[in-house]
Design a binder for this molecule. Structure first.
Ligand code: PEP
Ligand code: MG
Length: 755
């Protein structure tokens, strides 16, 4: 350990990075009584360059290069593991380099120089006499390599090293493929949701104290995991739980803990010992091919990070730390509430290693309108805090440390989008009236309280669909009535008098609540979901009704029922509502003002009962996402079905036209709130079949309004009537032609493509 102290002194001295490396090799050779000491630094292509040396021919420095995996040094760098040999030249990997003059040295000890999981280089000592280096010597050299790693990564050496192109996987330009969770492009700087702790203090004054610190941190870590398991037990099923169970197993694993303790007894700080053991394990893991072990190593790697953070007293996520103005948060996994903890004004994008599009964090990302990717395998390994990055949810790619050319290309595109956004923002207060004077009501879809912030800037007339199940989905447990009341009240308050159409819980199917028991279904989209479930579990429905009625107190309440398949379901729901109203009157609870109960039209059976449903319901809203999936019997979430049938086809448009006619015949309001409403061409078709009110995601409002302002509704109607009877599979081309001929603004992007 004298050696480490000496190295520390060298680092504190003045001089260039190279001069210090030269002093370091001299010191190591001296104190380890070695005739040779060499430092090899890894270049970007994986080759190793002799960077400093004592004992060999000085000419060889910067001239000797080993290709990736070449020689003993290459072997050490690839395996991330020490090599200790009494007779190096007989080893099959030995590669003789005449320029070094090393033929007279027999014994060889080399260790990898690893920092934060990256092999930065290799440190070697050699002696003439053939002998095996002792375990203590090997330990000592490993620890020395840790100090050296810190030195290699420090600012003043970096210049020299960058000249040599030395960097690990984390330093390189790379592209990680993922799955788009939320649309958009984000450019910014990486923030690791769980920040990595860089171990700086390596040597301990008092090993006893370090063992106590380690013990305390382990206790704390175990308690945190138990806590998370308790909480998650009721909130998130599946993988999260399995991962946490694995964490728990490792946190109690005497092998792992024992190895860390052993490393502490060699004089390391608790942090350095954790890092040491992690590096050893990484080396072992690299040799194994099977994914099971790689997975387990990842868990253990994660756990080591957690233990390091506990030791450093930093148990919060990056949300509690200072963020760059353009943060792109990278996480292995993240709960929805954790994403909401970030300062929205600084959050540009999110990349999750494991999350899929149905994950709750994806719902929140979409609500916040930030670009997000999931299933981004390897991102934790590759990304470093502060790296520049581009999230492109259109292509599903994360560009890490992109080239300047790519940054320029994306900047152009982002600027272009921003300009268009600015134009749409300018339309905010312009009424949505067609060129021939038809007024259209444009509304916004929402599902979380955070969405409400967009209502005002969007210029929408109101909330046409509030998906109440989303707040349930991101909640750790079933929200009780009072919590629901408070939530609905906040939503109505945030709407500032604009109408809000709440939709009763649309759970079941793929939107399961983990805290509600349910059977696994073969076809969940057609299973026990939405109003079918709430009518069967009327307690759930009544609690929601009561909360809504109470929250509305004095204000009007609009509520609609999802997945009505026959008129009698609407009647039954209305009965329950009447009973709740009677109860409210009897107990003198504050009453809502006018109440409207609507039906969603999204199951084709209702198309055959349109007059009946319009007779009963105060209004109807077409859920075109479900209606189209059931009309074509094509799963809306199956990518192979995504382009197979075109919604802009005679069968769909005729069904929609039938709905509008029935509504007009019965003098009832009708609107449409599926994805069709948010796309300019599709929204134009809706105008053509007679819709005068639609509701869409906030991002669609500007482009759709621009379309409406440039549209002649009567001309469109005339042009569309023959299309409804056309024998074509799709009338998309006809509609595009109409738009072109009559100069309808479809906002078609003309920015240069990025290649
Ligand atoms: C729909 O089905 O079109 C709809 C608006 O509801 P969701 O997308 O929530 O099923
Ligand atoms: Mg639906």
């Amino acid at each position: 350990m004298i050696l480490i102290r000496r190295l520390r002194q060298i680092m504190a001295e003045r001089g260039t990075g190279q001069e210090r490396l030269d002093m370091i090799v001299r010191q190591i050779a001296n104190l380890m009584v070695a005739e040779v000491c060499s430092i090899y630094v890894r270049r970007q292509d994986g080759s190793l360059e002799l960077f400093a040396n004592e004992g060999l021919n000085p000419e060889a420095v910067h001239r000797t290069h080993m290709k990736r995996g070449e020689g003993l040094v290459g072997l050490i760098a690839e395996a991330g593991e020490a090599v200790n040999l009494a007779e190096a030249q007989t080893h099959p990997s030995f590669s003789y380099r005449p320029e070094t003059g090393e033929e007279i040295y027999h014994s060889f000890l080399g260790v990898p120089v690893i920092r934060a999981g990256n092999v930065l280089g290799v440190l070697v000592v050699q002696n003439r006499t053939p002998r095996h280096y002792t375990e203590d010597e090997e330990e000592g050299l490993q620890t020395t390599a840790m100090v050296l790693a810190e030195h290699l990564a420090s600012g003043d050496v970096a210049g020299a090293l960058l000249g040599a192109g030395a960097a690990g996987a984390r330093g390189k330009v790379s592209v990680i493929k993922g799955q788009a969770l939320s649309e958009g492009i984000a450019m910014g700087r990486i923030v690791l949701h769980q920040p990595r702790v860089i171990v700086r203090a390596l040597l301990a004054e008092d090993s006893g104290k370090e063992i106590i610190r380690l013990g305390a941190a382990l206790e704390k870590l175990r308690a945190t995991i138990d806590n998370m398991l308790d909480r998650r037990e009721v909130s998130e099923p599946g993988e999260h739980r399995d991962v946490l169970e694995t964490y728990r197993m490792f946190a109690h694993d005497s092998g792992w803990v024992g190895r860390i303790e052993e490393a502490v007894t060699t004089g390391l700080t608790a942090e350095a010992a954790v890092e040491r053991v992690r590096n050893d394990m990484r080396a072992r893991m690299l040799k194994r091919q099977d994914t099971y072990w790689k997975e387990r190593f990842r868990d253990l790697d994660d756990l080591s990070d957690r233990l390091l953070r506990t030791l450093a007293g930093k148990t919060g996520t990056a949300a509690t730390e200072a963020l760059p103005d353009d943060a792109i948060v990278v996480a292995r996994n993240m709960g929805p509430a954790e994403l909401l903890d970030y300062d929205r004004s600084k959050l540009r994008g999110v990349v999750i290693e494991e999350g899929g599009s149905a994950s709750h964090v994806a719902i929140v990302a979409r609500a916040l309108g930030i670009a997000a990717l999931g299933q981004a395998e390897g991102v934790i390994e590759m990304a470093e805090a502060g790296d520049s990055a581009i999230v492109d949810a259109d292509t599903g790619e994360l560009h890490l440390r992109p080239s300047q050319d790519l940054i320029n290309a994306y900047s152009d595109r982002v600027r272009f989008k921003a300009k268009r956004q600015q134009r749409y923002a300018g339309l905010r207060d312009v009424p949505a009236v067609t060129r021939d004077g038809v007024t259209i009501s444009l509304n916004m879809n929402a599902g979380l309280l955070v969405d409400m912030a967009q209502l005002e800037p969007s210029g929408a007339d109101g909330i046409g669909l509030f998906r109440t199940e989303l707040e349930f989905m991101i909640s750790p447990g079933l929200p009780m009535k009072d919590r629901q009341t408070a939530m609905y009240r906040k939503i109505l308050d945030a709407a500032g008098g604009k109408p809000v159409v709440f939709r009763s819980l649309d759970i079941g199917g793929d939107k399961m609540l983990p805290y509600l028991s349910h059977d696994k279904e073969e076809n969940p989209a057609m299973g026990w979901r939405a109003v079918r479930m709430t009518l069967d579990r009327s307690g759930l429905f009544r609690a929601q009704l009561r909360a809504l009625l109470k929250a509305a107190a004095g204000r009007e309440l609009r509520l609609m029922l999802p997945m009505i398949s026959e008129a009698s379901e609407y009647e039954r729901a209305r009965e329950i509502l009447e009973q709740e109203l009677a109860l409210a009157r009897r107990f003198g609870w504050p009453e809502a003002g006018k109440i409207y109960l609507g039906a969603m039209i999204e199951v084709p059976s209702l198309l055959m009962q349109l007059d009946r449903i319009f007779e009963l319901a105060d209004f109807a809203s077409v859920g075109s996402n479900d209606l189209i999936q059931f009309l074509f019997a094509a799963d809306r979430n199956n990518p192979r079905m995504a382009r197979r049938y075109d919604p802009l086809s005679p069968p769909v448009l005729r069904a929609l036209s039938m709905i509008v006619e029935a509504a007009n015949r019965n003098n009832r309001p009708v609107t449409l709130c599926g994805e069709l409403a948010g796309k300019p061409l599709e929204a134009m078709a809706l105008m053509g079949v007679g819709f005068r009110s639609i509701s869409m995601a906030a991002a669609g409002l500007g482009p759709v309004k621009a379309m409406i302002l440039s549209l002649d509704a009567a001309r469109l109607h005339d042009a569309m009537m023959p299309m409804l009877n056309s024998g074509a599979r799709s009338v998309r081309a006809d509609l595009l032609r109409f738009a072109e001929e009559t100069a309808v603004d479809l906002g078609i992007e003309t920015a240069a493509p990025i290649n």
